[in-house]
Design a protein around this ligand. Sequence first.
Ligand SMILES: Nc1ncnc2c1ncn2[C@@H]1O[C@H](COP(=O)(O)OP(=O)(O)OP(=O)(O)O)[C@@H](O)[C@H]1O
Ligand SMILES: [Mg+2]
Length: 656
Amino acid sequence: MRPPPNPAWHGPVPWPARLTFGPPCCTLPTLDLHAFVARHQGLLQQERAEEIAQQERLLRTRSEAELEQRGVLLRRLEFADLEPGLGGALHATLQQSRGGSLPPHRFAPGDVVAVDATDGTAVCNGVVASIRHDRVVVAIDDRDDLDLPSLVRLRRLVPDVTFRRMHEALQRLLRPIEPERRRYFDACFLQRDPEFSPQRRLEAPIDESLDESQKAAVLHALAADHIALIHGPPGTGKTTAVVEVIRQAVARGESVLASAPSNVAVDNLAERLLQKGLRIVRIGQPVRVLPAVVAQSLAVQVHEAPEQKLLRDVRHELRELNRKWLRASRSDRFELKREQRRLRAELRTLENAIVQGLLDTADVVLATTTGCGDALLSDRRFDLVVLDEAAQALEAASWMPLLLGNRAVLAGDHCQLPPTVHSDEAAKGGLATTLFERIANSPSGKLATRMLTTQYRMHERIQEWSNATFYGGKLVPAESVRSHRLTDLPATIETDATKDPLLFLDTAGCGCDESEGDDDGSRHNQGEAAVVSKHVQQLLEAGVRADQIAVVTPYSAQVRLLRDRLGGIEGLEIGTVDGLQGREKEAVVLSLVRSNERGEVGFLSELRRLNVALTRARRHLCVVGDSATLAQHEDIAVLVDVLQQRGEHRSAWGMA
Ligand SMILES: Nc1ncnc2c1ncn2[C@@H]1O[C@H](COP(=O)(O)OP(=O)(O)OP(=O)(O)O)[C@@H](O)[C@H]1O
Ligand SMILES: [Mg+2]
């Protein structure tokens, strides 16, 4: 018989809930897994409906050029090839009619897309099968009445694959669990305290460059029988510690799956694991074009496998058959399709054997949380699953990797960016509460958690606001970074732009007004963009390299404006705060955008986003903002105060 349902899984009570039901002697809440899964799936549906509604609003109100700039539309594409694909699908290869690379976009394999004629008439829907810098392959239904125009455009529909896989992962939680994994799942659901076996020996000497608390966190994670958490403020070495956990697990001969919710965070892990000499396979598309990481991607490794010759032969045969198919009469096509199916099955078997062989021999398999839901991993079990940036992953997303493991190590910080949730209702209903957060905040979860408090990134001035606001003053800068400055870097000279670790360029009274909000809430500020550009120029003139600088802003409209102005500077990174989570730069220029008489600060009031924005810089943080607007918000007034009192406070007058 199932235990009585705990109201915590039904009502808008956030995880973790203290028990109200369950056996009288038990101090842990009793979980009704069916109710939990049903509730979470409902919340995901709500979230998806809201995301679709937002996208439709965008499409209705934007010009084609704006949509292309936002990366959700590719215009003027022509068919370069048309190949019969699996299950009666047609694989259409599209490229720019003028040739050359596709513009920057947000299309990815697995995305559902609409194929329209250039006048906007709908032709059909399809799924992106693969994408390269200059072409995109779309699988479309090969209907008899399909009439393809010579020029088309592709519209990205709200991605489906992530939702579908999260749904499936939740569903899989309801399947019977192997007895040896029971305790692991119970610990994740706070049904039992996590256990540790500290007597386990290390097979490799521990990395001596780690500090004592990092070493303790690594040993704690390695001793975990079920689950361990590494929690710490920005720059305290959480990723550094999990990399050491992985290295030690590999030395023990364990299989390891390493994951994170974003491609950038997975690439970040991949890069650091490569530096440790580990053999990795990166599933999915690496987004940062780091040659070292790209070379480790599964697609490239499959391409370079010795068995490729065999694959090439089958592909060649298939291509010949496809050409015949294009010219064949309808009656001949039937027979040709049968032959195609046979060859495709052969190709799939061959490819699968290569892929599984590569996964077998890798020390570490890496994928985003969504990538972990890929069918090619579904039958695998890993001794250890590591999830970095775990506080940014939805509960259902975290389960995609966790379901593949026998035990797990999660690293993160729930004072930094939470997962994006579009639907306020779903967020209120509990969707925004992450697995990491609910374990970290639970009484039994305290046993699982180790905290890191020495940071190795920021000058002490840079960390001050974050430390006081989020970490109760416990964050300590390591001696090596406490007073490091841009001017300590080779070739960087001391100027007004480089001498201060914390600089506030105040636009109050400078006429730098924000724009009206877009219908998706995004704003820009021309005046601030000019101030940012000038400061970046001054940093470059003082000898700071472009790749040591990041320009960040919470607003995507401001990112576009800044890219227009500064996009030509090679190596300079310009992006939203969200894209820089988990990463760092020597110098960061932050544009806060909001400047109005009403004192409206919009989503700057999500202080966890500001926490990420203000903790990416190692030696120099320049904040550009309007103190008169910002100081009207109670919490942000504290930041303005810190910037004015502890930083170098200058008016931006004359820079805009
Ligand atoms: N013990 C150490 N000695 C010297 N440098 C260190 C040490 N630990 C970490 N670092 C350095 O500190 C910086 C931040 O480390 P890391 O990225 O691992 O922190 P994090 O906690 O994962 O940060 P975030 O919260 O932004 O993800 C990196 O440059 C890293 O190389
Ligand atoms: Mg990190």
